[in-house]
Design a protein around this ligand. Structure first.
Ligand code: GLA
Length: 381
């Protein structure tokens, strides 16, 4: 991929680029907790976006998407959301530097990658983070990775219209080979946990359902959580987010809640607890317990948070029937994308064959599967 991107770059722009990469992510557990100031446990994976980039001493940015085989140019003095979907993730990042008064020079760019789009593996965050990382390096701004993650997150809010949390951008920039990383989304403190892959593999099953519903429903979920916080705040002024809430608080005031809002809030409180339990399990190398937490997470996402879909539920049910699988659940925003499965290393082939056959029979859809390896976050090649 690097080669194709470099070749395209020199062909288009007749100069030599610098090459950068930024990965997609899995999330082991802790879904929809990030924008509730809670805990998440993602890891960067070996599906990534590669960038060839160089400054061009003009006031123009020239962008080329290798995957779409499409080019677009924009003037730096008038960066705003464009009709070209893929360009918005890049323009959004440029706009964040400009807003923070970092002077961006014109540049030439070719990018492409192997993160399946709409599969819940955060291809958009990888694009945003890769460009933020590259621009920071090219201009020598010296911004740290957390600031870059926050800029990339704002790019998603303002240019893609999704009020996402920080998890995906954090994971792309802070990933570490062989480790999952627990992030406290309130304090932004993080801790790496070795994820022992000697006996297990992370296998992703791509439902092929594109999560087009996701952005509007996502924003609705956020709203529902905020409604819940407002109710609790009347009684507990210190509750600034669902991170500060407990099951006892919710139960005590249940009659004041709309039933849907109640379900959403209780899911978030439980999911936060599950991340803490899961991290403890990792420390004790108890992947069996870890897997049970994943199944419980899925059940909550399916019934209480209601962000799953029949295809994802089917995949998790099928996984549950196999003794080689420790845990499985839907991953990311929901309404499609991948399930994540922890599968015994010597049963991976059988697992993939059984899942593909079952899925094809049920939905007449071929099931792509990916074995995810955990890699480092954004870097220059
Ligand atoms: C999407 C968002 C993340 C996070 C997940 C759900 O991936 O971008 O910020 O909220 O959904 O956990």
């Amino acid at each position: 991929m690097q080669h194709a991107i470099r070749t395209k770059f020199t062909e288009l722009y007749k100069q030599q680029p610098q090459l950068f990469r930024s990965p997609g992510r899995v999330n082991l557990i802790g879904e929809h907790t990030d924008y509730n100031n809670g805990f998440v446990l993602p890891a960067a994976i070996n599906k990534e976006i590669v960038f060839a980039i160089a400054l061009n001493n003009t006031q123009t940015i020239n962008l080329y998407s290798l995957d779409m085989q499409e080019q677009a140019s924009f003037e730096l003095q008038s960066i705003e959301p464009s009709d070209i979907g893929w360009a918005n993730y890049l323009l959004g990042v440029v706009a964040q530097f400009q807003k923070a008064n970092y002077k961006i020079g014109g540049f030439d760019l070719v990018f492409g990658g192997n993160i399946p789009i709409g599969a819940g593996l955060s291809s958009s965050a990888a694009v945003e983070c890769g460009l933020a990382f590259a621009l920071n390096e090219l201009h020598g701004f010296g911004l740290n990775r957390m600031i870059l993650a926050e800029m990339a997150q704002k790019a998603e809010h303002e240019f893609a219209g999704v009020r996402c949390g920080i998890m995906d951008q954090f994971a792309s920039l802070f990933g570490k080979d062989g480790h999952a990383v627990k992030l406290d989304c309130r304090s932004l403190e993080y801790e790496y946990f070795p994820f022992d892959m000697s006996h297990y593999r992370i296998v992703l099953c791509d439902s092929q359902v594109k999560h087009s519903l996701a952005s509007s429903e996502y924003n609705t979920r956020r709203q529902e959580c905020e409604t819940g916080v407002a109710i609790l705040q009347k009684h507990y002024p210190k509750v600034g987010s669902l991170r500060d809430a407990t099951i006892e608080m919710l139960e005590k005031h249940q009659p004041e809640f709309d039933p849907v809002v109640y379900k959403r809030c209780s899911f978030i409180v439980q999911e936060n607890n599950r991340v803490l339990d899961a991290c403890k399990a990792l420390q004790e190398n108890d992947l069996v317990f870890f897997g049970q937490k994943m199944y419980a997470s899925h059940a909550g996402l399916q019934h209480d948070y209601e962000v799953s879909c029949p295809e994802l539920d089917f995949l998790v049910e099928q996984a549950k029937q196999q003794s080689s699988v420790l845990g499985a659940r839907m991953m990311g925003g929901g309404f499609g994308g991948c399930t994540i499965n922890i599968v015994s290393i010597n049963a991976v082939d059988d697992f993939v064959a059984a899942m593909s056959a079952a899925y094809e029979q049920q939905f007449k859809i071929q099931l792509p599967t990916y074995i995810a390896e955990i890699v480092d976050g954004s870097s220059e090649f």
